[in-house]
Structure formats: C-alpha cells, structure tokens
Write a protein that binds this ligand. Structure first.
Ligand code: GDP
Length: 295
C-alpha cells in the first residue's frame, strides 16, 4: 500500500533540522510529497495543484515551535485545509416538509437502489420516519424487482406502477399516496445509464421540475476515480443537485474523489456507503475523510 503522508513528510523534512521557519525553499519538496499523496488518493490533478498552492501560502513564514516538528506542522496544515475544503462539518438533509421528497440520481451501478434502501432504514430507525420508496427506474424490470426486495429487507413500503413508463406520473401518484397515508419521506429511485446520455438527463431533469424535491442526491461510486468528478459535473450542470453520496468506500480507494467532487461542484457530500448491507451507511464527516486521504 501507500506510504502515509506523515512518513513522507518526516523523510523530506529530515534535511531541515535547525530551521525555525517554514520557507519557500524548504517547503517545496514537502509540497511535492503532499501532491503525490493526493494523486495516490485519486484526487484530480488540478485540484491537487490548487490545494498545494493554498497550503503553501498558509505554511510560508509560519514559526515552527520547538515542541512540534516541521513535518507535524505541515501534516496539521494539510489535514485542516482538507477538512475545510470538504465542508468542515457534516451537512444534514432538509426533511422539514411532510412528506419530504428525495430524488436519487446517478449512473447505473453507482449504488442508487442500494443507497435508497440504506437511507430509508436509517431514517426509519434513527429518526422514526415513515418512508415510501418509489420505483422510477422503469426500463429494467429487474430494477423494480430489486427495489421491492430492498424495501422488504428494510421493512418499508414501495410504490410501483408496472407497465407505466411515465416517471412523472408515477412519482406524482406516489406523492399523492404519501400525503393521503401520512408517509413522512418519499424517496424516488430513478433510472441510470452506464454513461451520461441526453435522454436520461432530460428525463430526470423533467422529473425534478415536476416534483420539486426537497433534496436531490447524486450517487457516485468512489472507486471510479477521475470519472467520478466528470460525472458529478455533468449531473450538477443539469440537475443542480443538493448533495453527493459517495458509495463503495469499503473498497481500497483512499477517497480522493470526495475532495475533487467537492471542489469542482461545490456541493456537500452528505453520506457515504461502506458495503453492500443495508446498515453500511454513514453520514459524511470531512475530518474522517481527511484522515483517510492522508492515510
Ligand atoms: P444502481 O444501479 O445505481 O441502483 O446500483 P445498485 O444499488 O444496484 O448497486 C450496484 C452494485 O453495487 C450492487 O452489487 C450493490 O450491492 C453494490 N453496492 C452498492 N453500494 C455499495 C457499497 O457501499 N459498497 C459495496 N462494496 N458495494 C456496494
């Protein structure tokens, strides 16, 4: 695996013993290490460059206390800056409306349907919500089936209209039912494609306009590296989503996609998926992700 950033910095700062201040000359080698660590963690090249420029400005001229090694000070600056750039604090969902409407978006295979189940379970168990799942992935019969299985696994209801391909109609009918039957959250699962295409984007942006959701979440597989950033940008340009869900963080990625996406689309990451089971969901904590990226 990767050498972690603290170890790298320790190495590059060995030559600096006796220096009392961080200066341009002694910081250059260190910043290369920081950049390499970020690239290893799958952070987008431009984002990594921009990040190290900021860190450089913050670090320059800082007094190094005798109690703290320059390498430790740099790790702290880098860690704090990463945390800050990823939003600082966890960001909650806006669920004030009754029912609150959540629209899921993302490519096929990103983990949308799985996450829909996980979120429903979390809201039911921890916030005593009454969720209704809605099957708007109407092109693959298997997708509707999968959502039914997920709903049953987590013990919530699901709304489907088999044979109807009009997703706006399905979602509106589901919302009507939710109002009549006192559901407090409606989570709409939509169709994803293997790559971004115009038809899919039109469908989901029409759906968004028609149902005016409280939260539009974009789900992305953290293992897809640089592609994750491009996909996030394309979805955000069309949907202006409210938050990101980063799935498959149980894989061996360092999670640099979190920093890249946050920097490029400037929308908060709200949740992470950490496994296939319905319990494998966490609220996104920027500080923990900074730890993970740095290793
Ligand atoms: P969708 O096409 O976007 O609805 O994606 P699915 O929910 O069907 O997920 C695609 C695959 O990824 C399935 O095999 C899921 O079990 C798996 N998956 C989803 N989320 C996670 C996760 O956080 N970790 C892991 N390891 N697998 C996941």
């Amino acid at each position: 695996m990767f050498e972690n950033l603290s170890e790298r910095l320790e190495r590059s700062f060995k030559i600096l013993k006796g220096e009392g201040k961080i200066t341009e000359i002694n910081v250059a080698e260190t910043l290369k290490d920081v950049r390499r660590a970020l690239l290893d963690a799958d952070v987008n090249y431009k984002v990594a460059k921009q990040f190290t420029d900021t860190v450089k400005q913050k670090a320059m001229g800082m007094n190094v206390l005798t109690a703290i090694k320059p390498s430790q000070l740099m790790v702290k600056i880098v860690h704090d800056e990463l945390t800050e750039l990823m939003g600082g604090k966890a960001v909650e969902l806006n669920l004030e409306n009754r029912p609150a409407i959540i629209l899921m978006s993302g490519l096929q295979g990103s983990g949308k349907t799985t996450f829909t189940g996980k979120l429903a379970k979390m809201l039911k168990d921890r916030q005593h919500k009454k969720p209704l799942l809605v099957a708007c992935d109407v092109y693959r019969p298997a997708a509707i089936e999968q959502l039914k299985v997920v709903a049953e696994t987590v013990g919530v209801d699901v709304y489907t209209e088999e044979g109807n391909k009009n997703v706006v109609e399905i979602a509106q009918n589901a919302i009507r039912k939710a109002k009549q039957e006192s559901y407090t959250v409606v989570i709409v699962d939509t169709a994803g494609r293997l790559a971004v295409d115009e038809e899919m984007m039109n469908e989901i942006s029409n759906l968004k306009q028609a149902i005016n959701p409280d939260e539009t979440l974009f789900v992305v597989d953290s293992m897809t590296g640089q592609d994750a950033v491009n996909t996030a940008k394309e979805f955000n340009d069309r949907l202006d989503f409210d938050g990101v869900v980063l799935t498959k963080l149980d894989g061996d990625t360092r999670g640099g996609a979190a920093l890249s996406i946050r920097t490029v689309v400037t929308k908060p990451i709200k949740f992470v998926g950490t496994g296939e089971k319905m319990e494998a969901i966490d609220v996104f904590h920027p500080e923990r992700m900074a730890d993970r990226i740095l290793g």
